[in-house]
Structure formats: C-alpha cells, structure tokens
Design a protein around this ligand. Structure first.
Ligand code: A3P
Length: 328
C-alpha cells in the first residue's frame, strides 16, 4: 500500500528505520506493525511518518479545534460530543448526521491522514475544522502550538485504558489468541512501551499546558464526564465558543446532545453495529465501526486485574504525577 503514502520520502524512511524498535514478543500488542521510539514516545512507523509530513504541511488556522487523547481514553465519545455541539443548530437533532455516520467519519484522525496522502483533503476542509490527534503535547507540530487554537484533551484512568486497549486489539486482530496476553499488555503498559506511551507523560504534557493556557486547552477526564455529562457538555460548549442559550437549556437541548452522544444511543445505531462497515486505515488493517464501542464504564479493570496489579500501576503513576496536582 505504499501508493497511499504521501510522497514517500527517502529521508523520512531513513530516519524512521534508524529509530529504536520496541522489544518484540511472540504475539503483537498492536495492529499497527512496528513500534519505534521517536523523541521519547513509542509510536507506529506510519504515525511517525504522519508527524514528519504534518510538520511540513499542516497549516493550522486560529479557528481549528483539535481533540487529543491517548488511544482508548474516550476519543470516540468526544468526537461525537464536539461535532454534535458545533453542528447542533444545523440539523434537527433526530436527523443529525451522527445517526448515520460513525464519529470517526465526522472528525478526521489527522496523524494518520497526513501519513496516507490526505493532506490536501484536510487542507480543503472549510473552517471551523475539527481534527483529532493522539500525539503528546511535546510532539504537536509548531503550527498547532503556536497558533493559539483550541485543544480539547480527554484522559482516563490508565487501568481502564489498558483493559479497553486489550479488547480493541483483540477485535481487530481476530481473537485473544492472536495477540499478547493481558499480563504482557499490563507489563508493556507499566513500562511505558504502549502506543503513544508512556501514558503518564501524555497526560502530564497536556495537564501542564492546560494550567498555563486554560482558555485554549480544555482538560477533561472520562470518569468525570460519566458522572456529570450535562455539566461537562455545557463546559465543552462554552469552551468551543458556542455556549447553550437559556432557550436551548429550557428546551432540553443539552440533555438531547448528551443522549445522542451516549454509548447507548451510538452503539445501537445501524451504522455502528454493522461489522462490515469499516474505516480503511493503514496498510491492510480495517477497523469496523463496532470496535469503538464496548462497555463505556468506569472501573472495568476490576474484572481484569488483581488488586496487586492495580496497586503497582497506581503507585507508579502517582509517583509520576507527584507535585503536578493531578490525581488518578
Ligand atoms: P471500553 O473498552 O472500556 O468500553 P476511544 O474512543 O478513545 O477509542 O476509547 C474507546 C472506549 O470508549 C471504549 O471503552 C468504548 O466503549 C468507550 N466509548 C465509546 N463511545 C463512548 C460513548 N459514547 N460514551 C462513553 N464511552 C464510550
């Protein structure tokens, strides 16, 4: 599929091939091929290529909105929420495009887009554009960090991220026997070797920047949104510059948006149930729309790890978060 790649550049290939490879084990941790260390972050080769192209090509506009997250932290939910919030007056909510489109079709995943030859398409999208990235703050192109545009960041209890990732990779690879065991996933995660890891650096990078520029970086936690979805929906709309009017609030629009974007609604739509519908991503990997919806709950880790495993991971992350004001 090299024809899909954006002007495959010898320079990029040479650079990528020179980066340290993730220690390999018998069965994979990811569906994305080789994982390499680029500027202290573990990422698949295709995404590193995306970063290199993006640095050259991305022209951020002040009106752009970026959603950032470590994978499996609530990206799909926030894509739906941001898209629904911004477009709520364009449609009757019962005819909203989210009924017929997966949230990933509504918000472009740009790290991959730039890697597979879609920079011109991304460039042609009219303002305000909404795009998503899994890059840590430290790796965002200057075009973004210097543009003063808005960034929404969502994070989640790393223990649940790990569980969610394990199921996601299983679904894509076709079964638990095709991928590393849960214990191996745990160990890799603990050592920070997961895709876009270490996760504590990912979260801390956006946390620190959101403290510096709270009006430009909205820092959300998955578990808080689960607890207070309406409050978070209002906070999001305010941040995006389109707060709910009193009339909208009285008409129940906030609740309707929350309901539309809930996992219960989205998971049961034909567009998201049909396992044949898939997004073509890299190389030969196809991710069905259904893969993005599983339980959507907090603390599913309790069904998958021992208390000791949980404590060990928590203790390490608490240590990393020490002094930052951030708590799991
Ligand atoms: P679980 O595997 O724990 O159920 P991402 O979107 O970043 O890939 O994360 C996927 C996780 O978010 C999965 O978690 C998935 O079920 C959950 N999810 C997807 N859509 C959601 C929604 N609308 N509301 C809440 N959680 C959602």
């Amino acid at each position: 599929n090299s024809h899909l790649l954006e002007e495959p550049s010898k320079e990029h290939d040479t650079l990528i091939a020179s980066l340290p490879l993730q220690p390999s084990i018998e069965r994979p941790f990811t569906f994305q091929g080789n994982i390499r260390l680029y500027k202290d972050v573990w990422m698949s080769e295709v995404i590193i290529r995306g970063i290199l192209v993006m640095q050259q090509r991305l022209k951020t506009r002040p009106t752009d909105i970026f959603l950032s997250s470590s994978p499996k932290s609530g990206t799909t939910w926030l894509k739906a929420m941001i898209f629904a919030t911004l477009t709520r007056t364009n449609y009757l909510l019962d005819q909203h495009p989210l009924h017929t489109h997966n949230p990933h079709q509504c918000v472009t995943y740009m790290d991959l887009g730039f890697a597979i030859g879609r920079s011109q398409i991304i460039e042609n999208v009219p303002s305000p554009r909404v795009m998503s990235t899994h890059l840590p703050y430290s790796l965002l192109p200057y075009s973004i960090t210097e543009s003063n545009c808005r960034i929404v960041y969502v994070w989640r209890d790393p223990k649940d991220v790990l569980v969610s990732m394990w199921y996601f990779v299983q679904k894509i690879m076709g079964g638990a026997d095709k991928i590393a065991t849960f214990d191996q996933f745990y160990e890799m995660f603990y050592q920070g070797l997961n895709n876009f890891g270490p996760i504590w650096n990912h979260v801390l990078g956006y946390w620190e920047e959101s403290k510096r520029r709270p009006e430009k970086i909205l820092f959300l936690k998955y578990e808080h949104i689960l607890q207070e979805p309406v409050k978070c929906a209002k906070q999001l709309a305010h941040f995006l510059g389109c707060p709910y009017s009193e009339a909208e609030e009285n008409q129940g629009v906030v609740d309707q948006i929350v309901e539309l974007c809930s996992i219960k609604t989205l998971k049961n739509l034909d567009v998201n149930k049909d396992s044949n519908r898939a997004m073509s991503t890299t190389a030969n990997v196809h991710i069905s729309h259904a893969c993005y919806f599983r339980k959507g709950e907090a603390e599913d880790w309790k069904c998958h790890m021992t208390k000791e495993m949980a404590k060990r991971l928590d203790t390490m992350i608490k240590e990393k978060f020490k002094g930052s004001g951030l708590h799991i």
